[in-house]
Ligand binder design. Structure first.
Ligand SMILES: OC[C@@H]1[C@@H](O)[C@H](O)[C@@H](O)c2nc(-c3ccccc3)cn21
Length: 606
């Protein structure tokens, strides 16, 4: 009869044990290797027994490739893996962190900072399930999401990837994992990876642990905290992830009290694997081992020794797969790294692959291509946009509320101004088509905020759009406009490029606010990954809406501005007065925000 590991009727552990004992050291190290797709040729995959490939910065297939092209690319990689002696399928991973953002015409959902403002775990689950279908439409079974960072300082360039500053809210929204992977049956075996079906994907809780607590929000820096603080603030979401059967956990670049997380055996092995009983696999971040030393890659054998002995199971190498294989082989052969550690890593990786059903279904289900960007998913994203918006001001003191706006302008015209009114890329933010995101309207299929406004007003109401209107012109025409909608904010960024110590609204935002709101009743819609400095302008603004990074469904904003739906969102983060106050989080002794955590005005549907 065929080998036991190939028999789906065999118990999982039997399959794992049967396969493991057949593997050579080179094949085991191969399974622990994740390489960037740019160097994932058939020869490399088969000669190095590569276990996983990721979509890194590359651009194959093209930025406007259809799902079929993604399926074809992943299939080629898989075919090479299945041609090896043991035919262990490869696992392709991608950052689907707010929908399948890298893929042309995918539904792009609000980034996590906005989802946190909905405070709705059930919505998070629905989004996770929709994203899983869109990812599977491209033949990919593994995503590097969700980010469970508890961002404690909005100066961090990745704060928008965090659901909240409050660990309890992050724990609630971690339910997105049950959408990605499917809902674990109650009383499911805690800690073991769970994936319900071929319409689900393996998720990755990241970045373990304390990524959102670094000094001044400096990316990849040091999180100073007692163990009690670490457990109280940054660890809780991982309990929820493990209970839901999260398949993988990614280690953070950051350090805890000066110790690199990628070299932290106490937290990765003693605590996560032994105490919390996590039984999926732990993956490094990109060049995570190399960055244990400074300069990075200064002593790769040392990096590998520290990282693997800390408990890392799969290494996102992503290019040095020859050096990694050679150095790790040597470290095992000279006894520095025991074979038992290698076997633990490979056992965990195989457990996830068997649980994913990869051995039975190594290739895409091409009947799913229609799931990509499906209208039903766009409608769900539009609902998420509506519920993520936070109304911070609605009418000046003693004046009646400005929102909801009338769809019919009695003076005949409304003015829409600002750099972010008609910029799909900026409303999506980072991790969209490109790692750093893009500006402009040609990156993918979606609806800008301006599009939404135009489709919301009644015929006869003239929408005048001027990205950066001249102050004089506004003065001359001020009587012409019933009100103005000013849409400004941040341009896309990701990771370190988003680190920012002043958090001012980028120019020409402030000038546009002053020019327009100084003359016309205005609602300012802020498109940003985090709270920004608004106190200097709050007096001249009639209404202020935090829209975060809403994604492709811009109509979600006009739905609420014009009263088809009421504002319900509540701040997932404290809105500071000045950056001098940072870090400042709900529960702090000295807490003097402009708008507190949980704040949000409400309106009724009109
Ligand atoms: O995209 C894979 C992972 C992603 O999942 C992690 O959340 C993130 O920390 C990350 N940074 C890089 C990356 C950083 C610098 C240069 C090139 C790539 C790669 N990655």
């Amino acid at each position: 009869p065929g080998a036991k590991y190939k028999d789906p009727k065999q118990p999982l552990n039997t399959r794992v044990d049967d396969l493991l004992r057949r593997m050579t050291l080179a094949e085991k190290i191969g399974q622990m290797s994740q390489i960037d797709q740019e160097n994932a040729t058939a020869d490399v995959i088969s000669n190095y027994f590569i276990g996983s490939v990721l979509r890194g910065g590359g651009n194959v297939p093209a930025a406007d490739a259809p799902p079929e092209a993604w399926v074809k690319m992943v299939e080629g990689i898989q075919r090479a893996a299945l041609s090896t002696r043991l035919g262990i399928p490869v696992m392709f991973g991608i950052d689907a962190v707010h929908g399948h953002g890298y893929v042309y015409k995918a539904t792009v959902f609000p980034h996590n900072v906005g989802l946190g403002c909905t405070r709705d775990p059930e919505l998070a689950k629905k989004i996770g399930a929709a994203v899983a279908l869109e990812v599977r439409a491209t033949g990919i079974p593994f995503i590097f999401a969700p980010c469970l960072a508890v961002c404690r300082d909005p100066r961090w360039g990745r704060c928008y990837e965090s659901f909240s500053e409050d660990p309890k809210l992050v724990q609630q929204m971690a339910s997105i994992i049950s959408g990605f992977q499917g809902e674990i049956p109650t009383g499911g075996w805690r800690g073991a990876p769970f994936i319900a079906s071929q319409h689900n994907v393996a998720a990755c809780a990241k970045h373990y642990v304390g990524d959102g607590g670094t000094a001044s929000g400096i990316n990849e820096n040091n999180t100073v905290a007692t163990f009690h603080e670490l457990l109280g603030i940054h660890m809780p979401p991982y309990y929820n992830a493990i209970i839901q059967g999260v398949s993988t956990i990614m280690v953070s670049y950051s350090s805890w009290n000066g110790i690199k997380m990628h070299a932290n055996r106490f937290l990765v092995t003693d605590f996560l694997k032994n105490k919390l009983r996590f039984r999926g696999f732990v993956i490094s971040d990109w060049l995570g081992l190399d960055r244990i030393t400074s300069p990075e890659h200064a002593d790769y054998p040392l990096s590998i020794k520290l990282g693997i002995l800390a408990g890392i199971d799969m290494v996102m190498i992503p290019y040095q797969y020859v050096e990694f294989r050679d150095d790790l082989m040597t470290l095992v052969q000279n006894g520095t790294i025991p074979m038992s550690r290698i076997d633990d890593a490979v056992r965990r990786i195989l457990r996830v692959k068997f649980t994913l059903g990869l051995f039975e279904n190594p290739y895409a289900d091409t009947s799913l291509v229609g799931e990509l960007g499906k209208q039903e998913h766009r409608d769900l994203a539009r609902e998420a946009v509506r519920r993520s918006l936070v109304l911070l001001k609605n009418g000046k003191p003693g004046e009646k509320p400005l929102l909801p706006l009338p769809k019919k302008a009695h003076g005949g015209s409304i003015l829409v101004a600002g750099s972010h009114a008609d910029d799909l890329g900026s409303q999506c933010g980072g991790w969209t088509i490109k790692w750093q995101g893009m500006t402009g309207n040609n990156l993918t299929a979606g609806t800008t905020i301006l599009d939404g406004i135009k489709s919301a007003v009644v015929p006869g109401t003239d929408v005048v759009f001027s990205e950066n209107p001249d102050a004089g012109l506004i003065q001359q025409n001020r009587g012409r406009f019933d009100y103005a909608i000013v849409v400004v904010g941040e341009h896309p960024y990701a990771e370190t490029s988003g680190d920012n110590l002043n958090l001012t609204i980028p120019a020409p935002g402030p000038a546009i606010i002053q020019n327009v709101c100084g003359s016309i009743k205005c609602v300012v819609v802020l498109v940003s990954g985090r709270p920004l400095v608004v106190e200097p302008y709050i007096g001249i603004i009639d209404a202020l809406v935090a829209a975060w990074l809403p994604g492709t469904e811009g109509k979600g904003i006009s739905d609420v501005l014009f009263g088809d739906y009421g504002f319900t969102g509540k701040l997932s983060r404290t809105w500071f007065r000045s950056v001098d106050q940072l870090p400042m989080n709900v529960g702090d002794a000295h807490y003097d925000p402009l708008f507190p955590f949980g704040f949000g005005l409400e309106t009724k549907p009109s």
